[in-house]
Design a protein around this ligand. Structure first.
Ligand code: G6P
Length: 367
């Protein structure tokens, strides 16, 4: 298996580093004349007409990709998007009609609850589209339309390259949907697609920040609890950062919407408790900084993530990771890498089985 790991000590690290390639493989075949194009995927624009509501359903990391996708879809389409955990959605007598598009997201395409949610959606008359990594999998076969992530095989239980590939598919879908329904002009659509490709380059640059992230992981590896905070897309990404860390390091962590801290979690933030504060969203930057001051005032150990050119006084953080300049909407791509590497190195320095954490399976085919 050493050869299969391509010189990396673990599949997870290999897969983290494969992201620029996996993203380009997913995006570039869908670019025609600088515009997103799903002709080769057999997804007609007629699918998008008459859709008044979108439900995204998935499990685990795929569901977290949906949380990010929701924001991009709502921003461009101005139609409501809800994200539902598949194992909850299917037992809640969901409200679905012909104007509903159900998007199921799954790396394996075999997750039992996600498959059942898809079947229920079809029975109730929804149009269905799935974002799947494994060709010909059950979810792919059951869906009306499939947008494949071309991430290649993902072996590590903790999902990394599939997650970012899922994000890229959701963004492409938002672009094409908005363009096809006249909600976005051609030039704007071309520009968004450029931004998405730029995000891939920025993600690639961030891979080289692994040394500082490894240093941080050594600082946090013996802690009992850790918090991830953020607003907007940073909150959605925090959910993924938290699950990644829990899965493979076995350290308890929580993701919290930064504005909610004072309504509960702040009571758990005491001296030395690590708080990963994602502050990549310029829109809410000053609000986020106030939240960081709140945790720093309790002597938390703050790991701050910002984008270049943002001022942050040294007194509010212990470590500062600076991402290259990037627009709010695209920051989750490079920021995801920071969280993936943090989980990876924390697990590694705790001496755990990075690729195969206890009690977890890559594909969950039981309900
Ligand atoms: C399992 C895996 C997770 C994954 C989830 C959904 O719990 O350990 O990494 O996110 O299933 O899997 P899917 O294949 O549907 O994306």
């Amino acid at each position: 298996t050493a050869a299969k790991k391509g010189g990396y000590p673990h599949f997870m690290l290999k897969e983290i580093h494969e992201q620029p390639e996996s993203l380009r493989n997913t995006i570039l075949p869908r670019v025609q004349n600088k515009l997103p194009d799903f002709t080769a995927d057999n997804i007609p624009d007629s699918l998008f007409h008459g859709i008044s509501r979108i439900i995204i359903t998935a499990c685990g990391t795929a569901m977290h990709a949906g949380l990010i996708g929701k924001m991009m879809l709502e921003k461009l389409l101005r139609i409501p998007v809800s994200v539902e955990v598949a194992s909850e959605f299917r037992y809640q007598d969901p409200i679905i009609d012909k104007g509903t598009l159900v998007i199921t997201i799954s790396q394996s395409g075999e997750t039992a609850d996600t498959l059942a949610a898809l079947k229920l959606s079809k029975e109730r008359g929804a149009a269905t589209l799935s974002i799947v990594n494994v060709k010909g999998s059950s979810i792919a076969r059951e869906s009306d339309y499939v947008l494949y992530t071309h991430a290649g095989p993902e072996i590590a239980v903790a999902s990394t390259k599939a997650y970012t590939a899922q994000l890229s598919c959701l963004y492409l879908l938002a672009f094409r949907f908005a363009y096809a329904t006249g909600k976005m002009e051609k030039d704007a659509c071309i520009d968004e697609l450029q931004q998405l490709l730029h995000a891939v380059s920025v993600l690639e640059e961030v891979l080289s920040q692994d040394k500082i992230i490894e240093e941080i992981s050594i600082q946090v590896k013996d802690k009992e609890d850790l918090f991830f905070i953020g607003r907007g897309l940073d909150y959605a990404l925090s959910c993924e950062g938290s699950i990644k860390l829990k899965e493979i390091s076995y350290i308890h962590s929580e993701a919290y919407a930064a504005g909610e801290l004072k309504h509960g979690t702040l009571s758990l933030v005491t001296e030395g408790v690590p708080v990963v504060a994602l502050a990549t969203q310029q829109k809410v930057y000053s609000k986020m900084i106030s939240n960081i001051r709140e945790v720093k005032a309790r002597n938390a150990f703050v790991i701050l993530v910002t984008v270049e050119d943002q001022e942050a006084e040294a007194s509010i953080y212990d470590y500062h990771i600076v991402l290259p300049k990037i627009k709010d909407e695209y920051a989750p791509f490079p920021a995801a890498v920071v969280l993936q590497l943090l989980a990876y190195y924390t697990s590694l320095h705790r001496g755990l089985n990075v690729d195969q954490p206890r009690n977890l399976a890559k594909s969950v085919t039981v309900e």
